[in-house]
Write a protein that binds this ligand. Structure first.
Ligand code: PNW
Length: 480
């Protein structure tokens, strides 16, 4: 049996994001984000919904803090809505003091409740005005300058209270889902049945590049202007799921797994930890992958104080013998849920892409740890939806045994990676504290450890998992 344990200073809690929970989209001077506009287009969100009300968390901060306390959470990861703080987003646009004050008060209230706040500056809700003004993240120079200005305003206001800053959540999703497949805002793609604008062969790579430079610029500002005053650490959050070879004997499939991880994770991690994109991406994408200007890579290389890791599941990966398509973003591989022997990687959930595979978590922790030169890792998201969960009603819906098992197995896998393999993991956040607006999947897909009754004033009911997570951590913390 492998040893399993976590250090005694390990921090655990729950995560959310502004657009998914806040609602109050036109309250107290908030400006629209690309997600407000995308939802309003129609036909983009499974149930035709939007984040207009969501969990009503903007008005229920006290309830959310009470909930966190009742779950025994030590920490809470949430994101700021840029367009609440600067409604038009830009460096010459006015600041909305009410929006900023809201987050300052919330942060202080969390601290008063004994909960460590972790702030994400950008969880996909770009101010719409910046999208309209210059194409948002397609315009590196403007975007970096505006993001840097926004970050500085936030560091100034919240610096004294925050130990961990995340610049960007999952740039892969912003770039690929927003500018290649077009299933996320702003919905740009070459597929003209979905969008009249966009170029899937180039834009996602440009957007990824802009995000990296903006992250580097914010990290520099934090380090030079705030760190000595307030302390605190800064990093980016990258998503990625483990890859198992479709044919475990095939050298090509094993290489395809590596390539898949490089396209998903190395795309962002390699510039930060090694100063350039992976060679496999360079080879496949050629000139479509932006070249690093010296001044940009100087900002990006070494810009992480910690590695923020989001992971949910795993895939089987099979190499392709055909030449890569121009809009391919996966490294020219097939992503499958079954291997050559017909074995499934994991059970179905409500999310088409998510089949739990706990051993993959331990393997991926090891892969990332060694690829990036053994940084401190914070697991900033991990969790699951449940097949047909939304068909159930109170009180049965609170018996989320599938989710409880998921957390038991995933946290155990992490505790093995720490105690047995020596991976330096210091924090873990369940996704999510609340059922919430699950982007293109709307409200039908629930990820919360808390049931939110959208029909009855967004009342919150902790599910079984909300209580179980605490006892799971009690088993491991202090044992490594
Ligand atoms: C993450 N995929 O998104 C996000 O950070 C959360 O906002 C989100 O609610 C959560 O995971 C659950 O989906 C992802 O298609 C969305 O592979 C889609 C994918 C991965 C992550």
């Amino acid at each position: 049996m492998a040893k399993a344990g976590l250090p005694s200073d390990f921090l655990w809690g729950f995560a959310t994001a502004s657009y998914q929970i806040e609602g109050s989209v036109d309250v107290d001077g908030r400006g629209p984000s690309i997600w407000d506009v995308f939802c309003d287009k129609g036909g983009k969100i499974a149930d035709g919904s939007s984040g207009a009300i969501a969990c009503d968390s903007y008005r229920r901060t006290a309830k959310d803090i009470e909930l966190l306390r009742s779950c025994g959470a030590q920490a809470y990861r949430f994101s700021l809505s840029w367009s609440r703080i600067i409604p038009l987003g830009g460096r010459n646009d006015p600041i909305n003091q009410k929006g900023l004050d809201h987050y300052v008060k919330f942060t202080k209230d969390l601290l008063d409740a004994g909960i460590v706040p972790l702030i994400t500056l950008f969880h996909w809700d770009l101010p719409q005005a910046l999208h309209e003004r210059y194409g948002g993240m397609l315009n590196k120079q403007e975007f970096v300058a505006d993001f840097a200005n926004y970050a500085r305003i936030v560091f100034e206001a919240l610096g004294p209270y925050i130990k961990y800053w995340v610049t960007f959540n999952e740039p892969w999703c912003s770039a690929v889902l927003g500018y290649n497949t077009g299933i996320f805002a702003p919905g740009r793609t070459s597929d003209r049945s979905k969008s009249s604008e966009g170029n899937s062969t180039t834009e996602c790579w440009v957007v990824g590049h802009s995000i990296l430079v903006a992250h580097g610029a914010a990290a520099k500002i934090h380090r030079e202007e705030f760190k000595s005053r307030y302390g605190g650490e800064i990093g980016i959050v990258l998503n990625g799921d483990w890859a198992e070879p479709w044919d475990s004997e095939s050298k090509e499939d094993i290489e395809a797994c590596e390539r898949r991880l490089e396209f998903a994770i190395g795309w962002f991690a390699d510039p930060i930890y090694h100063g350039d994109y992976p060679a496999s991406m360079r080879k496949q994408l050629g000139v479509r992958l932006p070249k690093w200007e010296e001044k940009d890579i100087a900002l990006v290389k070494g810009s992480n104080d910690f590695y923020g890791m989001n992971t949910y599941c795993a895939n089987y990966v099979r190499h392709r013998t055909s030449l890569p398509q121009d809009d391919d973003f996966e490294g020219n591989v097939d992503l499958l849920f079954e291997n050559q022997k017909g074995e499934k990687i994991g059970p179905d959930t409500q999310s088409a892409w998510l089949k739990p595979y706990p051993p993959g978590f331990r393997k991926l922790l090891n892969w990332i740890y060694h690829r990036t030169g053994r940084p401190k890792i914070l697991v900033t998201e991990n969790g699951t939806s449940i097949k047909n969960e939304n068909d159930h009603k109170l009180p049965e819906i609170l018996d989320d045994d599938f989710r409880v098992t998921y957390y038991k197995d995933y946290i155990h896998a992490m505790a093995e990676a720490v105690a047995e393999d020596g991976v330096n993991v210091k924090a873990y956040f369940c996704w999510s504290l609340l059922d919430n607006f699950e982007w293109a999947d709307g409200y039908e897909t629930r990820f919360g450890v808390t049931y939110v009754d959208y029909e009855d004033e967004q009342k919150r009911y902790p599910k079984k998992s909300a209580k179980e997570v605490k006892s799971i951590f009690e088993k491991y913390v202090g044992k490594a």
